[in-house]
Design a protein around this ligand. Structure first.
Ligand code: ATP
Ligand code: MG
Length: 333
């Protein structure tokens, strides 16, 4: 039997998943789940920015698992893992933080931007160190590949650095993982922010009803105001970014762009098209979700099986780590 290479990737349980997750991550995961042994992680240790809203975290664990099943991730093939139920993640984070210079965290551009979002609110220590835990998440199953959105690239780079240092100084325990960015590295938010993100509330969620999707699309920013029939610039209208991301008919999108710049195309035409493209994509997802919502026991079993397998793998890794560090005290005599 050939051993499949491993993938580790994950999501924070902060709300239901959105179109950015689909185009930036899930679509890749679906393609890769048969080729690789996948560990899909619900990173509930890494939501210290939601410490005052634990209810949301608890609900979001189920939302995320439901969304995964709804898009077609297969828990028979892959492991759905709840991070904190594999407490070895916390243990490995502690050891690895020995080998990660403070400056590397301070310079991490994603972390910097996310800390800026706290504004005047104070940043929890665990938030500052969450990238170290992400390093531990990736190294725990000794993953070879990490499919992520562009914002996570600095964390994968950090992981490679830590793996190199550890392997060089002690023993070759960890493969140096590669990052794999999805077809749409960073989907714009509905509010025009550079990233659609759960925390910013600028999302179209995979579970949104047809009416909600249509309403959100109607409300989207569509570039500077134009008179009816007036040509516009494609790059100033984010509707085209969404059509590029989700419309399978590339020729038609190209022709719309051409008309938009010459004869002019009304925003209503673009918005109606986007709504119908999203409807085609999301309708089967909603249907599968409804099936699992009516059978929550299946969702629970998926999480139980995946987590228990991940825990077994984590124990193996921790034996290797303690051996490499020469800290397996009681194994000596
Ligand atoms: P939060 O705001 O709570 O951090 P999020 O929307 O950023 O939520 P995460 O759970 O942090 O979602 O990210 C899960 C995965 O989805 C990561 O690999 C991330 O890069 C990817 N991802 C999230 N948002 C987008 C987006 N707008 N475009 C592309 N990829 C995305
Ligand atoms: Mg995020």
């Amino acid at each position: 039997m050939t051993v499949r290479k491993r993938i580790l990737t994950g999501v924070r349980p902060t709300g239901p998943l959105h179109l950015g997750h689909y185009a930036g991550a899930l679509e890749n995961w679906l393609r890769l789940q048969r080729q690789y042994e996948c560990f899909f992680l619900i990173a509930d240790y890494q939501v210290s920015d939601y410490a005052d809203d634990i209810t949301r975290v608890r609900d979001a664990v189920w939302e995320v698992a439901l969304d995964w099943l709804a898009v077609g991730l297969d828990p028979e093939e892959s492991h759905f893992v709840i991070e904190s139920l594999v407490p070895e993640h916390a243990e490995l984070t502690t050891w690895l933080s020995w080998f990660l210079p403070l400056g590397m965290l301070q310079r991490n551009p994603t972390l910097k931007a996310e800390m800026d979002d706290f504004g005047k609110k104070s940043v929890p220590v665990a938030f500052f160190t969450y990238p170290v835990m992400q390093v531990a998440n990736i190294l725990m199953p000794r993953a070879n590949l990490v499919p992520v959105g562009e914002d996570q690239l600095p964390h994968v780079e950090l992981t490679r650095e830590v793996a190199r240092r550890f392997n060089r100084q002690f023993k070759e325990v960890f493969p140096e993982p590669e990052a794999l960015v999805g077809r749409v590295p960073r989907l714009l938010g509905l509010d025009g922010n550079a990233k659609m993100s759960k925390s910013r509330g600028n999302t179209i969620d995979l579970k949104d009803s047809a009416e909600t999707v249509a309403r959100k699309v109607r409300g989207m920013y569509a570039g500077p105001p134009r008179d009816a029939g007036e040509p516009g610039r494609v790059e100033e209208n984010p509707l085209f970014l969404y059509l590029d991301a989700f419309d399978p008919d590339h020729a038609e999108v190209a022709s719309l762009k051409e008309s938009y710049e010459t004869a002019g195309v009304g925003n209503k035409v673009l918005k109606d098209r986007l709504t119908s493209v999203l409807e085609t994509m999301l309708d089967p997802v909603r249907e599968r979700r409804a099936h699992y919502e009516a059978n929550m026991r299946l969702v629970c079993e998926a999480l139980e099986h995946g987590t228990s397998h991940a825990r077994a793998v984590a124990r193996e890794t921790m034996v290797l780590v303690r051996d490499a560090l020469d800290l397996d005290y009681l194994a000596k005599y």
